[in-house]
Write a protein that binds this ligand. Structure first.
Ligand SMILES: C[S@@+](CC[C@H](N)C(=O)[O-])C[C@H]1O[C@@H](n2cnc3c(N)ncnc32)[C@H](O)[C@@H]1O
Length: 472
């Protein structure tokens, strides 16, 4: 009888084999799961992005339809839930996680994900995982994987969370971090802004598939026209936004996007760029600057608006390949792209409006990158906030008296948001405006003066925007 069909007695904690594995014997491997596990490996071994690594693999192997959907769901799901999956695997194995064969660990993560977070029957999840491990690691490790999987299958997700997470009453952040498979430091960063009562909604929204938004290029097409052509809906807050149905296919294939009348851009990104255009400025308003422009989403929106008014936008980007993307995104507009360090770009000061959309942890866009939450480390924050401060100081120097700076990050993490802004305001004496008035009709913007958007409140990425006026 095949190993996987035999009814086991209750398995003890799995022990890795002591003897050398026998060579793999050929087994029928489900191509969707194999593609998923190979993508998990690419993410682990070469820091690949799952959403960039998987699609070409599916195409190359002609995996389509339901199989492609299964591979996608399992890959992205296992990436997102990694911390929870690892805690369960660790509990079911008698060896610490760090000592497990990494290839087998990829397969176990995929397998335990199926057990905990899909409707795939447990026997199928166990059998397919054991098949993959046997195929890739040999039959000895297949036996070990079988034992781990059978133990993991003894409880559902809620029971595992109850067993492994700290008690909610004693440590709500730790409990919710495990429940929603977020690293604790990220859950804490969210709780520091929102409070514990709203944390669950925020973490849950981070696990949901984000809607795709389009920007209708001002002067080319209206949001209503774009919505009618694409079958989407005008976005709730941005006058240029269109919200597409989730799973509506590749938005890059839409005709208005192909023809340059529209671009894919989260509504939150549209709102922070538009906020820069709204405060009054003294004198001429025709020279605008985007100091961190790649790949060019906000430069496109700002460049369109300033071009319509007869002005121009300078767009600075340090990475040459990203500067090329800005050139492409802003084709046909009065936009000059400069490959330069925004801290000292060599441009003549005197800009009326300056956007500084700095590199950041990206904790506000974790929904978009399945593996991102486990890749970012708290130790990344120090270098980033130093760069953010330097770029903001440079933006202020380049702005003329009476002009406005928008400081933007795609993160709600306080050191990157209020921390940077309050330090720079204190050092330079610039005036921080109450940005909330420049987000008309957007509810739940908090106490100001900075604006923090949230997926669970606004359906946008968690973008932060502070508006600063340089004294006359
Ligand atoms: C958050 S992204 C900007 C997104 C962009 N505003 C958009 O809407 O498409 C930050 C960009 O800053 C660039 N960057 C990093 N360090 C920089 C520096 N010192 N000067 C200028 N650009 C920099 C990165 O290469 C990246 O393209």
């Amino acid at each position: 009888m095949n190993d996987r069909r035999r009814r086991p007695s209750r398995p003890a904690k799995a022990r890795p084999p002591q003897r050398k594995s026998t060579p793999a014997r050929p087994v029928d491997i489900d191509p969707a799961r194999l593609a998923a596990v190979e993508t998990l490996r690419a993410v682990r071994e070469r820091d690949a992005y799952a959403n960039l690594a998987l699609p070409p693999l599916l195409k190359q192997r002609r995996i389509t339809g339901r199989d492609a959907a299964l591979a996608t769901e399992l890959t992205y799901g296992a990436c997102r839930a990694q911390g929870l999956l690892d805690a369960v695997i660790d509990e079911c194995s008698n060896r610490p996680l760090a000592e497990l064969d990494p290839k087998m660990l990829d397969a176990l993560r995929l397998g335990v994900y199926q057990l905990l977070r899909t409707r795939i029957p447990a026997h199928a999840a166990v059998a397919s995982t054991v098949d993959i491990v046997r195929f890739e690691n040999g039959s000895k490790l297949a036996g070990f994987a079988n034992a781990v999987m059978r133990r993991a299958a003894e409880s559902d997700e809620q029971s595992w969370v109850d067993k492994l997470a700290p008690a909610r009453a004693e440590d709500p952040v730790g409990h919710l971090a495990m429940r929603y498979a977020h690293p604790r430091w990220i859950a804490q960063a969210f709780a520091d802004v929102l409070g514990v009562d709203e944390l669950e909604a925020a973490l849950a929204a981070d696990d949901a598939r984000p809607a795709v938004h389009l920007t209708a290029r001002p002067g080319e097409i209206s949001a209503d026209e774009l919505a009618a052509i694409t079958g989407g809906d005008p976005a709730p807050y941005s006058p240029y936004g269109v919200r597409l149905e989730a799973g509506a296919g590749d938005p890059g294939d839409l005709e208005p996007v192909q023809e340059g009348f529209a671009s894919v851009q989260d509504e939150g990104s549209q709102l922070v760029a538009l906020a820069l255009t709204r405060p009054e400025v003294e004198g001429s308003d025709l020279r605008w600057l985007d100091l961190c422009a790649g790949p060019g989403g906000k430069a496109n929106l700002l460049g369109s608006l300033v071009t319509l008014d007869g002005g121009s936008l300078d767009a600075v980007e340090q990475a040459p390949h990203r500067a090329d993307l800005v050139r492409k995104a802003t084709e046909g507009l009065s936009v000059s792209v400069h490959v330069a360090d925004g801290r000292d770009p060599g441009l003549k000061p005197g800009f009326a409006r300056v956007l500084v959309d700095t590199p950041c942890t990206g904790l506000g866009a974790l929904r978009r990158r399945p593996e991102a939450r486990w890749r970012r480390q708290p130790s990344d924050v120090g270098d980033l906030t130093k760069l953010q401060r330097e770029l903001l100081l440079s933006a202020i120097k380049l702005t003329r008296p009476g002009g406005v700076v928008a400081y933007v990050v795609c993160s709600p993490h306080l050191p990157e948001t209020d921390g940077v802004v309050s330090d720079v305001v204190r050092r330079t004496g610039v005036e921080q405006l109450d940005a909330r008035q420049y987000f008309p009709d957007v509810p739940d913007l908090g106490d100001g003066p900075g604006v923090q958007l949230w997926p669970h409140r606004h359906g946008t990425d968690a973008m932060f925007c502070a508006l600063l006026r340089v004294p006359s």
